[in-house]
Design a protein around this ligand. Sequence first.
Ligand code: ATP
Ligand code: MG
Length: 575
Amino acid sequence: MRWSQIFIPTLRDDPADAEAISHKLMLRAGLVRQLAAGVYSKLPLGFRASRKVEAIVREEMERIGAQEFHLPVLHPGELWKESGRWFDIGDEMFRLKDRRQGDYCLGMTHEEVFTAIARDELRSYRQLPQIWFQIQTKFRDEARPKSGVLRGREFVMKDSYTFDVDFAGLDVAFDKHAEAYRRIFARCGVRALAVQAASGAMGGSESVEFMSVSDAGEDWTVTCASCDYAANLEKATSVVSSVDDPREEPGDIEKFSTPGIRTIEALAAFDENASAQRQIKTLVYSVDDQVTLFLLRGDHTLNEVKLAEATGVANFRAATAEECREALGALPGSLGAAGIAELPIYADDALKGRRGMVTGANEDDFHLRNVSVERDLDKLQWASLREVVAGDRCVHCGNELAVQRTIELGHIFKLGLRYSEAMKLTVLNDQGREVPVVMGSYGIGIERLLAAVIESYHDDNGIVWPWSVAPFHIVVTPISLKNADAMQKAEGIYHELQKDYEVLFDDRDERPGVKFKDADLVGVPLRIVVGPKGLEKGVVELFERASQQKEDIPLDRVFDEVRACAARLAEVEPR
Ligand code: ATP
Ligand code: MG
């Protein structure tokens, strides 16, 4: 492809409204342009790169026996009402009416449509297992579309769905996907951690996310440096350091006056026996309209995804001060669970066995001391509610945990019977009995993966594509269009290399400096510079984008050198 003819609108400066590096570089290198918040047009270079990613995904899906479909994006509301998600999902779903006032939506994901096809067509266990996938546009009206294509409102996803007659079959399908995902991310050059993830209140038993460590990420991942434990912060658990409680069971609960004290810190400063670790923090939520208490150690933070997992309810919010007063008789800052028998109370595991603690008295400006959790608090439901912090200990090996920002590249999910039961997808098993089909669902965001590649592969001058997803492998750059010999040699090299590689020929009438800058910015892995001085000595310059190494290569060695470089560059360690 001749540079003068391909549309690569590079920008010299960073766009003002882009923060993530991949966002800046995708705009600057002319890969994408924004149409609306979270909606991007792919320009030729961006489309070439994303097709590379798609091709890798497709190959690895086919390797595990998946069959490619292409389903509509326009879905009848009826199907989503059948699964119940029409009502569970809020503003994230784009909904519309047709001319007859029928309900429709734009697919955010395709469990419903795939399940409907399976329900209409699958009859017998003999037709199972099935692995179905597609690479298709999704629409999600994200609350905060961010960081360019990393979180779009329209984006492409590889989504797949598995259908098995039993849970053992699901385990096999799940493991196959985990393996395919490892291969996909490695081939794209990205090191992806497989981490335990929260399944959410929507059901399903097990889910694993694939995470790339990056400051541009919106997830937090907890990892152990010593063993292979890795979990999303929404799911992660830890061992907390023990606290010096009184050795003996303390005397009876005592109420004491704490005038104007409303926070954990203020109480710790007020009473030397009430350090944050020795307090019980009482948080009040309205969970499906039921006032519910959540207890944590004073210095710990509640994670709301864990709240949803613990209660199995997605519809919750913090209670208002008025609701607290109505239910407990005091305002936040003086609340506690002692003496509360009629409200559900969830307690974080870190409170197990704690004694002689301080908590609110449910009377403004009063607290209680000598509170022993198991002795004094009724009907506690134990759960993991607190957020792990760096420095906590691993539950498996006791070593220190780290917390890192990550990008979620993919998610694999054991759905179980969630959709087959709701939508009546059954088959006859080998006993002739009708059983619900066991399902899994699995996603990878194509553009998000591409952006994650750029997050891992760039330098001050621009993108540094890994060979596997580079929109072009090589750029051949004649120094000057005026030198007929150099132009002819350059053109010859270009034509020859095109037989095996994707090659750009920079035939623009620009200064060499401009051409080099652009080639660096768009990240072409290899550059061959053809100029009169070199040709006098019978050489061209081979420049490697990643290492910035230049080497003079005799004309008759160009193809061998390129082949050697290509082989080496194709083998990079994922990062
Ligand atoms: P997130 O927590 O980032 O919103 P999700 O849990 O909603 O992701 P899934 O529904 O599991 O994501 O979708 C599967 C994959 O689709 C994700 O792992 C991600 O790669 C991609 N994806 C999801 N939402 C977006 C988005 N708004 N823009 C781009 N890619 C996305
Ligand atoms: Mg989401």
